[in-house]
Design a binder for this molecule. Structure first.
Ligand SMILES: *[C@@H]1O[C@H](CO)[C@@H](O)[C@H](O)[C@H]1NC(C)=O
Ligand SMILES: *[C@@H]1O[C@H](CO)[C@@H](O)[C@H](O)[C@H]1NC(C)=O
Ligand SMILES: *[C@@H]1O[C@H](CO)[C@@H](O)[C@H](O)[C@H]1NC(C)=O
Ligand SMILES: *[C@@H]1O[C@H](CO)[C@@H](O)[C@H](O)[C@H]1NC(C)=O
Ligand SMILES: *[C@@H]1O[C@H](CO)[C@@H](O)[C@H](O)[C@H]1NC(C)=O
Ligand SMILES: *[C@@H]1O[C@H](CO)[C@@H](O)[C@H](O)[C@H]1NC(C)=O
Length: 391
């Protein structure tokens, strides 16, 4: 694969006029509010299940939203923001953390940005954590998982400063060990009883208990299948990361790692640019259907692992709806307490060709580092792109 370096210069003013939104039908789905108080993660049946023995819906790139707030940036992977995601049943949030000054991180700020802060800057990490904290405040029987992609190698102390600033630390669960996955995780009910309802993973972060005993290195606790798929036929249940367990999901499971199933597709455009494949989305997130649908893929991985995946990670979570597959795996027939996004596939125009001329993507995924450089769209404002390809 080519490693491509893009130098981008942002020109003032958004010329990507994608803002002519179609109807933004954010209808209320669900629920009978009655038994909400006794529900854990939207169901009474989940309270006594261990944290690792339920399936949780993940919003890939949660803060990178394709809505009016980003002028419908095609760098957005979700149609609805983090608060709406949580209220609709999402329980895993992923985001990339970048420094606003990569040449001198000490002078910069830690932001949630997609690929680079010049491309799509969703604001300070502490602000986003504050949004999650507010939601936890208002939803006292819900357990939320965070997975931060540590793109610019923030230290545990730097990340902890963001958690502190958001006043979210009291919610953070501290595992018995940062260097070994536990054999038994607490139940949702016990996490809720202790009010330690935030589980925070970072990829990658060496164990750094002194700075932040609640920051768990993702690949000590979780393994993933491959995430960089461009064809519905490419989804695989084989373990991909950490590399120590590549193609050996059995060993990862034996070591107590929880399965995270990536299930989102990229479409390749001109110049090898990759953007979320919204044309395939209806099927990709559906509980059944053609090759590559979420329901069948989750069944396949459940079979391969001998247990359901702990996390299903999707783009545009409301489409499908993806939560239907999660509910099926959890045996939850009537979820309670959900509200928010409807299942509309397109809150905004999804014509990727409209953005292609003004966008480019770095597919600098390359070797070592965790998920730091995913393939992504480069857009937002008009971006002048100078690409230099290195073999
Ligand atoms: C996971 O939960 C299911 C459903 O309650 C239960 O049958 C199974 O024994 C549990 N497995 C573990 C390893 O806790
Ligand atoms: C999230 O989106 C909803 C619906 O569009 C909006 O009302 C709310 O203000 C947003 N919240 C944040 C924190 O941006
Ligand atoms: C990054 O930090 C360096 C060194 O302090 C400074 O010269 C430069 O202007 C900063 N760049 C940005 C974008 O803040
Ligand atoms: C809850 O808190 C008690 C007392 O600190 C502790 O013994 C127990 O392990 C905690 N449970 C969980 C799930 O963290
Ligand atoms: C992905 O799917 C395409 C189309 O089916 C196929 O040509 C390609 O070999 C697959 N790639 C991988 C890595 O499986
Ligand atoms: C997805 O399904 C919805 C509802 O059936 C439909 O309105 C929309 O056009 C579909 N989108 C695509 C890209 O097929």
């Amino acid at each position: 694969m080519l490693r491509t370096i893009f130098r981008t210069a942002l020109l003032a003013g958004s010329l990507l006029n994608l803002a002519t939104a179609q109807s933004t039908t954010a209808t209320t789905t669900t629920t009978s509010a009655a038994s909400t108080a006794t529900a854990c993660n939207n169901s009474p049946a989940l309270c006594n299940r261990a944290y690792n023995n339920i399936t949780q819906l993940g919003a890939h790139d949660s803060p990178f939203v394709r809505d009016a707030s980003t002028s419908y940036s095609i760098s957005g992977n979700q149609y609805y923001n983090t608060t709406v995601q949580l209220s609709a049943g999402v329980r895993l949030l992923t985001a990339q953390v970048h420094n606003t000054n990569t040449s001198a991180p000490a002078t910069g700020e830690w932001h949630v940005c997609h690929s680079s802060c010049q491309l799509l800057d969703a604001g300070r990490l502490r602000t986003w954590l504050g949004e999650i904290k507010t939601w936890l405040d208002g939803n006292p029987s819900e357990v939320v998982t965070l997975l931060l992609v540590n793109s610019d190698s923030a230290s545990a102390a730097s990340l902890a400063a963001e958690f502190d600033a958001a006043a979210i630390v009291p919610y953070a669960y501290v595992p018995p060990s940062l260097s070994t996955a536990p054999t038994v995780w607490p139940t949702l009910a016990s996490l809720i009883a202790n009010n330690t309802r935030l589980l925070a993973f970072v990829a990658d972060l060496p164990p750094a208990a002194a700075a932040a005993p609640y920051l768990m290195n993702e690949f000590t606790f979780i393994f993933e299948n491959a995430y960089d798929n461009t064809s519905p036929a490419n989804f695989s249940c084989a373990a991909s990361r950490p590399t120590s367990y590549a193609n050996n999901a059995g060993a990862a499971l034996s070591a107590g790692l929880m399965p995270l199933q990536n299930h989102f597709l990229y479409a390749t455009e001109a110049f090898g640019i990759e953007v979320p494949d919204t044309a395939a989305l209806n099927n990709t997130n559906a509980p059944s259907g053609a090759v590559g649908n979420l329901g069948d893929a989750a069944k396949a991985c459940s079979g391969a692992y001998g247990r359901a995946p702990t996390f299903l990670l999707v783009d545009f979570f409301n489409v499908g709806p993806a939560i239907a597959t999660v509910d099926a795996l959890n045996g939850v027939a009537r979820a309670v307490g959900r509200s928010g996004a409807g299942t509309s596939a397109a809150q905004a125009p999804v014509s990727s060709s409209a953005g292609a001329s003004a966008s480019a993507s770095a597919s600098a995924s390359g070797g070592g580092s965790a998920r730091g450089w995913e393939r992504m769209a480069w857009t937002g404002a008009l971006i002048a792109t100078v690409a230099a390809a290195i073999a």
